[in-house]
Design a protein around this ligand. Structure first.
Ligand SMILES: [Zn+2]
Length: 175
């Protein structure tokens, strides 16, 4: 994989001319640059947000309805929209996927994820509590369920979500 152009983009999104790999002196690295309008095409990791909703020894997981990883389980999660702050993403995605209304209670941690074919991801993980709503799978989920931390499904999609669950399990052993 070429880290400068992992998705093999060829054309400038501003003017449509060819993108060329070029050394940017002040940034000490190569970037894709438009040969016509000098637009620099940055390719950065994409922020996503996930939510930990625990009920005693149980945790809420969502079964994926759409690619990638159809049928695998994740925490309620999704990519940030351009005009959102991370907490808004957490609340919106949880509502969309589980129909629950939540309040954020704290930041858990931030995890890098390089195993999603769509993008390199920075996963911001919050802890939250349920305010209301009836638990039911939303448009992009085929199922939602609380699982015992001692009996989680085998097929957890994405390394960052597995890392969150492993970290939670370790914390639980300490308590
Ligand atoms: Zn251009």
């Amino acid at each position: 994989m070429n880290p400068v152009n992992p998705k093999k983009y060829n054309f400038c999104p501003v003017c449509g001319a060819s993108l060329l790999e070029k050394f940017i002196t002040e940034e000490h690295t190569n970037r894709l640059v438009c040969k016509q309008c000098d637009f620099i095409f940055y390719q950065n990791p994409v922020p996503a947000v996930a939510v930990i909703l625990q009920n005693k020894n149980e945790i809420l997981l969502v079964k994926r309805k759409y690619p990638p990883r159809i049928g695998d389980w994740t925490l309620p999660a999704g990519f940030m929209e351009y005009d959102e702050i991370p907490k808004e993403t957490a609340i919106r995605e949880t509502k969309e996927e589980t129909n629950l209304d939540i309040i954020i209670t704290g930041l858990f941690d931030i995890f890098p994820a390089f195993d999603d074919a769509r993008a390199h991801v920075v996963l911001i993980v919050y802890r939250a509590k349920i305010l209301g709503g009836d638990l039911s799978p939303g448009d992009d989920a085929s199922d939602v369920s609380f699982f015992s931390m001692n009996d989680l499904p085998e097929n957890i999609a994405f390394s960052a979500h597995r890392e969150v669950l492993a970290t939670l399990a370790d914390l639980q052993k300490l308590n």
